[in-house]
Each structure stands twice: as structure tokens, then as C-alpha cells.
Design a protein around this ligand. Structure first.
Ligand code: UT7
Length: 337
């Protein structure tokens, strides 16, 4: 292939409202559900997360995506008019129609781009980045904007104490540009896999075309998330480890070659278990789940953006992105910054 793809700018955005573990405890206790700040911290490593005010258009999914995209474009020295392709990874779209990618295009004013959503849940950003890379490598696309963004709080089931503590809202974005195939600063490889047989571990029963939301289903909370956390935890540790190894081996590298590990931020205990299993030192792991919770498709781009902006990730370093999510979906990307 004559071309390769390189991330040239990142950005992120979060809603204003901080929801601490104390706030969650208060909310659950008000409806008679027992929990504690200590339990949430011990089992998840989350201290707080952000929740969008869905009555505020500035905190809609596409608005957070817009703010993240603007920051990424500025970092890359690009303008909306430079973008050929918008890939928007989300499982909490503004609307089912049109796509949130089109809402973003409308807000961004990027008339020459084509825009589409990807729903791979928490793996969405990695799936989106991999898709953009393929279009860039074939010469179809010169500059892509990949966004991972979620406003999940409307889908949280506040009667399920194991899942309601985890999720937060936010957006991350990356500008991905065409470079020559011999450019050392590039995406080296992407690996993706899904296992639809495990759909039941995390899903929303109603609200799609197979199950309309009726008043009865609404009162049963069928339009809210259902999660089997313990099972996901086990699969996540195994697959994050497997995909990290796959990414390194396919490039003839070892863990010593990797400077930064940016895993999906679902639960700090999952990240720690993977790091321990593989022998990745803590100093190489980028973590933001403590402050933002699990923002699904936004976890990896926001963690990446934070580490780039605070100077941890330096030009020339090897970075691995590693994900899992509902579906189930898995994947990894290895790149040189
Ligand atoms: O992006 C992908 C999305 N999802 C995930 O990645 C989820 C991955 N899984 C997890 O993060 C963890 O499994 C959870 C945080 C969801 C749960 O932690 P756990 O250590 O696996 O707890 P558990 O489900 O084994 O439950 C242990 C106990 C249970 O009580 P009993 O049956 O032992 O009496 C739960 O009912 O903890 C109880 N429990 C709680 N207690 C206090 C569950 N949630 C809470 C809570 N406060 N919020």
C-alpha cells in the first residue's frame, strides 16, 4: 500500500456536572438501594464521573463530540473544511435518524465530508480508527475525523446498583491523516474481533425495532442497560491481554518496546489485572477512569488526549490502544506517535 495513517491531533470534552460516589450513594439510598462509597471505590477505582444535562443542547452527544473535534482539529492545525470523512463511534446517539456523525457534520460545517456512525459500544473508537486507517491506506481518504462519544446517563438503570455506578458521559476525538507508507509515525496494525454469542452480557432490550418502548416496557426499565458484570470482567481481562499480545507479536515487538498502554477504562480493577497478567509496569498505563468512570467509546480517545496534552506521550513513542465492549467487541491498535 502506498499510504499509511497517522493521528495528528486529539481533543476531548466532558459535561460540567460531576457525580461523586457520595452523590450516587445518596441517590440509591433515596430509593432504598444499599451501597457505599467504599464499595464503589474498592470494586471499580472510580471516584467520580460526569453526567450530561440532556435538557442542555450544549451537552448533547454531538455537542460534546463537536467540542472534542474542535480541539483535535486545532491540535492538528486543520480546519473543518479539510475533513473528508467523519466516523462517529457511539452507542448513545443523539437520534436514531440521522446519525450523530451527520449532526456533528452539521455543527462543524464540513460540507465535503461523508459521515457515518459506528456502534461497537466501548470498542467504538478503536473500530472507528481502524476503519479510517483502511480508507486512508487505500487512498480514498486524506483526512479523517474519528470521534468516540457517549451520553449514557439516559440509559442507566438506577435500580441496578452494580451497573449504575460505572458509567459517565464524555467525548474524545482524533484527526487521522494520510502519510507515506514509510513514515515512522503511523498506525502499524489494527486487530478487531466480535463475539455476538455474548450479546446478553451487556444490552438494552427495548428502543430498537425489535422491541418498541411501550408504557409497560418503560415501567419495567427495558429501555435501560442490562449488564452481567462479573462475566464481562473475566472476558475483558482475557481478551485485553490477548489483543495486546497480538498487537505486539504481529509487529515483532515485545512489551519492552511499548511506551504507553491506553486500555478501555471500564474498571480500574480490570486494567490492573491485565497489567499484572502481562507484566506492564503501572507507569506505562494511562488511566482516567477514576475521574470520568466508564465513558464507553470515549474512554480511549479521552485518555489518549490527556496523556498527549500533559506531555506523557512524546513523539516517536510506541502506543497501544486496547479495547473491549458490548457485543461483545474487542480490538487493539499499535502505533508510533
Ligand atoms: O465497558 C464494558 C462495561 N462493563 C464492564 O466492564 C463491567 C465489568 N465488571 C465490573 O466492573 C464488576 O463486575 C462490577 C463493578 C460491575 C461488580 O463488581 P464485582 O466485584 O464483580 O461484584 P459482584 O458482581 O461479584 O458482586 C459482589 C457483591 C454482590 O453481593 P452478594 O451477592 O455477594 O451479596 C452484589 O450484589 O456486591 C454486591 N454489589 C454491591 N454492593 C454494594 C453489587 N453492586 C454493589 C454496589 N454496592 N454498588
Amino acid at each position: 500500500m502506498p499510504f499509511a495513517a497517522r493521528i495528528t491531533g486529539t481533543g476531548s470534552a466532558f459535561p460540567r456536572k460531576r457525580v461523586t460516589n457520595a452523590d450516587i450513594c445518596k441517590r440509591l439510598q433515596a430509593i432504598g438501594i444499599d451501597t457505599s462509597e467504599q464499595w464503589i471505590w474498592d470494586r471499580t477505582g472510580i471516584r467520580e464521573r460526569r453526567h450530561s444535562d440532556t435538557d442542555n443542547p450544549d451537552e448533547h452527544n454531538s455537542s460534546l463530540g463537536m467540542a472534542a473535534a474542535a480541539a483535535a482539529l486545532e491540535a492538528a492545525g486543520k480546519k473543518p473544511g479539510d475533513i473528508d470523512q467523519i466516523i462517529y463511534a457511539t452507542c448513545s446517539p443523539d437520534t436514531l435518524l440521522p446519525s450523530t456523525a451527520c449532526w456533528l457534520q452539521h455543527k462543524l460545517e464540513a460540507p465535503q465530508a461523508w459521515a457515518m456512525d459506528i456502534n461497537a459500544a466501548c470498542s467504538g473508537f478503536v473500530y472507528g480508527l481502524s476503519t479510517a486507517e483502511q480508507f486512508i491506506r487505500t487512498g480514498h481518504t486524506r483526512t479523517a475525523l474519528v470521534v468516540g462519544a457517549e451520553v449514557l446517563n439516559p440509559f442507566i438503570n438506577w435500580r441496578d446498583r452494580a451497573s449504575c455506578i460505572l458509567f459517565g458521559d464524555g467525548a474524545g476525538a482524533a484527526v487521522v491523516e494520510r502519510v507515506s507508507d514509510d513514515n515512522p509515525h503511523r498506525i502499524f496494525s489494527t486487530h478487531l474481533l466480535s463475539d455476538g454469542n455474548l450479546w446478553e452480557l451487556l444490552y438494552i432490550p427495548a428502543g430498537g425495532s425489535s422491541m418498541e418502548v411501550t408504557p409497560g416496557r418503560f415501567s419495567e426499565n427495558l429501555h435501560k442497560m442490562r449488564m452481567y458484570g462479573k462475566e464481562i470482567f473475566k472476558v475483558a481481562v482475557r481478551t485485553l491481554s490477548d489483543f495486546a499480545v497480538k498487537a505486539l507479536e504481529s509487529n515483532g515487538m515485545t512489551l519492552d518496546d511499548m511506551d504507553w498502554f491506553v486500555p478501555h477504562q471500564a474498571n480500574l480493577r480490570i486494567i490492573e489485572a491485565v497489567a499484572k497478567r502481562l507484566g506492564i509496569p503501572e507507569e506505562k498505563v494511562v488511566v482516567n477512569v477514576d475521574r470520568y468512570g466508564n465513558t464507553s467509546a470515549a474512554t480511549i480517545p479521552t485518555a489518549l488526549d490527556e496523556a498527549v496534552r500533559d506531555g506523557r506521550i512524546q513523539e516517536g513513542q510506541i502506543v497501544m490502544l486496547d479495547c473491549f465492549g458490548a457485543g461483545l467487541t474487542y480490538g487493539s491498535v499499535l502505533l508510533r506517535w
